[in-house]
Design a binder for this molecule. Structure first.
Ligand code: FAD
Length: 299
């Protein structure tokens, strides 16, 4: 993998909260995470039955409360050109400058996602309609997207999104850094020169992450699974949390040392363990926000 030049891109992902408790939890986490000084926050759409207005509201509240850029995720699911233009016009009007453009997960029983079948068509549409107004991010899959098990075909599809006008990419999370290095090398060999930022899933609650991993095809290396199996998850939450921080800090450090152009953390709307991992890595603030003093922990 060739070394990528600074500056590196550090970002944090939220999902739109449900109900007053979820909103309170996110507001609290967002305050702590904003102090780390990420380049931007991103807000998912559609996952877990959340709505477009939930994404818009969370994007607006995030920009208002933190002064940091927020990027809505936008998927093709059930979209028409009109409905997509309507929401994107709204994003533009509230000051959004970056969009994460995705196909989205197709709900069971649905044959066609919408007017666009794949994310490259959405990227092409956004470029044609909005020129360079938005920085367009796309997703990619170092361990291969589960719907297209052939790695070359999946890479072809990623290259198509880049050629359609993506400015940068964020990966599905993984715990095996070699999968990322291999993917980046193969993409670069195909002429891809946009930043491919690793997606990182910190974990404190292992059963939840194991469930996500089974759904999205993220491999759990055997050494991690066996170490976790040795803890009684119900009784030994502290050990699971500490082990998770150690594993993910080590993973991030290896990625950065090898030249990864940044990190995108899936926070699950919690400030921890992302904050501890961020501090362990000594990541710089992209904004003028004060960065709290590092807490004692794994260096
Ligand atoms: P695409 O790039 O369109 O690829 C989808 C599948 O089709 C792949 O298997 C690909 O190889 C194949 N393919 C692509 N183009 C073609 C083509 N022209 N012909 C044939 N096959 C093709 N999901 C949500 O619902 N909401 C979110 O907010 C969300 N956020 C995400 C954020 C990140 C960073 C990532 C990596 C994923 C996110 N997802 C989200 C999940 C994502 O929507 C799913 O993984 C989805 O199944 C694929 O989306 P994509 O944009 O990568 O699709």
């Amino acid at each position: 993998m060739s070394m990528q030049q600074s500056p590196k891109h550090y970002s944090l992902e939220f999902f739109p909260p449900k109900g007053p408790k979820g909103e309170q939890r996110l507001a609290k986490a967002r305050g702590t995470l904003a102090a780390l000084g990420p380049e931007f926050f991103s807000v998912t759409f559609g996952a877990g039955g959340t709505t477009r207005s939930g994404t818009l509201d969370t994007v607006v509240a995030t920009m208002r409360d933190t002064g940091i850029e927020a990027a809505p995720h936008l998927s093709c699911i059930e979209g028409t050109k009109e409905s997509i233009s309507e929401i994107v016009d709204t994003y533009r009007d509230v000051g959004v400058k970056r969009i994460v453009a995705l196909r989205g997960d197709i709900p069971e029983g649905m044959d066609n996602p919408g007017v666009f079948s794949y994310a490259n068509e959405l990227v092409e549409f956004l470029r044609a309609q909005y020129g360079d107004h938005f920085h367009l991010e796309v997703g990619c899959y170092p361990e291969t997207h589960p719907e297209t098990p052939h790695p070359d075909a999946d890479l072809d599809n990623f290259v198509r999104k880049v050629e359609a006008g993506a400015d940068s990419a964020m990966t599905q999370y993984f715990y095996n850094p070699d999968a990322y290095f291999d993917f980046v090398e193969r993409a670069q060999a195909r002429g891809v020169d946009i930043p491919i930022v690793p997606g990182v899933m910190p974990f404190a609650n292992w059963p939840q992450v194991a469930r996500f991993s089974a759904m999205c095809g993220a491999d759990i290396p055997r050494w991690i699974a066996t170490r976790l199996a040795a803890y009684d998850a119900a009784d030994d939450q502290d050990s699971v949390r500490d082990f998770g921080i150690e594993v993910v800090t080590g993973l991030c450090q290896r990625l950065l040392d090898a030249g990864a152009p940044g990190l995108h953390f899936y926070t699950l709307n919690r400030d921890e363990p992302t904050t501890t991992i961020w501090r362990n890595l000594g990541l710089p603030a992209a904004t003028g926000h004060a960065v709290p003093t590092p807490a004692p922990g794994i260096a």
